[in-house]
Design a protein around this ligand. Structure first.
Ligand SMILES: [Zn+2]
Ligand SMILES: [Zn+2]
Length: 405
């Protein structure tokens, strides 16, 4: 019988390590990612406008915080709103299809009513609680909001994270249309919106129990702008902006994490009517390394070694991300499941300075087949390598497990 650590033993050790050790922090960190908008609405990527509206109506009713019994209703509701706001806008949808989570995300100026430009009263009519919910508060619509933020995902290598990097990318980004100076109107000629008399909102008085309250909703004629082009600019079809190839330069900070966002002020969608442009958020995606898993600034790798290397000790050298050689000294008498800590050879810490560690998890490599000569050598070793008192060893192992070690 072979007396090296058996497969279940390794799994146990590894399992425990995952629970308590640096890997668990790593796994936890990965769970904060944003859900895919199509997934949020339960739609295929080619879903048409009708399917989109239906899915949104159904989910918005289900998760409306005033009505839903679900514990996470409010968060789900926000998620649904955001997904719909983006996918129902053709240009935002195509940006999202290309870049991923493009547009809405944390820190948006106008909130839902303003920033996303969705007229919910159209979807739900004026008759149920949704009009009350969406009608209030929003007030000025998008009239006074700056341009939307744009999210761009940028993939960097582990080497970039180790050393920091200066990036230069070419992107098609919205810029003010030069023919109409961003107004969307030919020659910049705008009329006051007749539907809302230029206020950007439509108001009505609503009886709520004993009270009369005024409800405002964004004017759908002018989208809350209060103005309407005399005739629509042909170059931008009234959008006031056009796609323009732009060179962006930004620095990837050493130690950047997956999901780290860099904010490039004023590089987002241009604002309308003199309002400031939104920001461009560069979200970094760190591509996985072939050897290492990451746990904050620590780098974790598995090293499968033969039994003789574990038993007698060995030194393994690898080319490391920092450009220097990484020397892994495996002491004699090592066991599968042991870890070797190599301090200060991990990623730079994003905050606080210094570097994390490289953590090497030793594994036992077991060949699938043995040659005849190896087999006979092993037969000779079998006796010597086995524990002298198997029962006693089994009892010791049980004790170790009971103590949780
Ligand atoms: Zn134009
Ligand atoms: Zn209007």
């Amino acid at each position: 019988m072979w007396n090296g650590p058996s497969a279940p033993d390794c799994l146990n050790l590894f399992g425990r390590w995952v629970e308590d050790g640096p890997l668990s922090r790593h796994l936890g960190a990965e769970m904060s990612g944003k859900r895919d908008y199509y997934e949020v609405l339960g739609l295929d990527r080619d879903a048409d406008e009708k399917a989109l509206k239906n899915a949104f109506r159904r989910l918005a009713r289900k998760y409306h915080p005033d009505r839903s019994e679900e514990a996470d209703a409010e968060d789900r509701f926000k998620e649904i709103q955001e997904a719909y706001a983006v996918l129902s806008d053709a240009s935002k949808r195509s940006q999202y299809d290309r870049f991923g989570h493009d547009g809405p995300s944390g820190g948006f100026g106008g909130g839902f009513g303003g920033g996303f430009n969705v007229d919910l009263s159209d979807l739900f009519g004026g008759s149920d609680i949704f009009s009350a919910f969406f009608g209030g508060g929003g007030g000025g619509g998008q009239r006074n909001s700056r341009g939307s933020d744009i999210l761009y995902r940028h993939t960097v290598s582990s080497e970039d994270v180790m050393n920091g990097a200066d990036e230069e990318v070419e992107l098609d980004l919205p810029a003010p249309c030069s023919s109409c100076s961003g107004t969307g109107a030919e020659g910049g000629a705008l009329d006051v919106c007749s539907a809302c008399s230029g206020r950007g909102v439509l108001s009505r008085m609503v009886q709520m129990g004993p009270f009369q309250t005024r409800q405002d909703r964004t004017c759908s004629e002018c989208n809350g702008r209060g103005k309407i082009p005399k005739s629509v600019c042909k170059d931008c079809r009234g959008r006031g902006r056009v796609e323009q190839t732009t060179t962006l330069r930004f620095s990837v900070p050493a130690g950047a994490e997956d999901g780290t966002r860099l904010r490039l002020r004023g590089k987002g969608e241009p604002g309308r009517d003199g309002q400031p442009a939104g920001d461009l958020l560069v979200e970094l995606e760190v591509s996985p390394h072939p050897y290492f898993e990451r746990s904050r600034s620590d780098l974790i790798m598995s090293l499968p070694l033969g039994y003789a290397d574990l038993a007698l000790g060995t030194t393994i050298t690898l080319e490391h991300l920092d450009g220097k050689t990484l020397e892994i000294r495996v002491p004699k008498g090592s066991t599968a499941g042991d870890t070797i800590d190599i301090p200060r050879r991990g990623f730079p810490r994003l905050r606080g300075g210094g570097r994390g560690d490289v953590v090497v998890l030793l594994k036992l490599h077991m060949p699938k087949k043995f040659s005849r000569s190896v087999r006979s050598s092993l037969e000779e070793l079998r006796e010597d390598m086995a524990p002298s008192d198997l029962e006693e060893r089994i009892r010791e192992e049980a004790d170790v497990r009971r103590r949780g070690g």
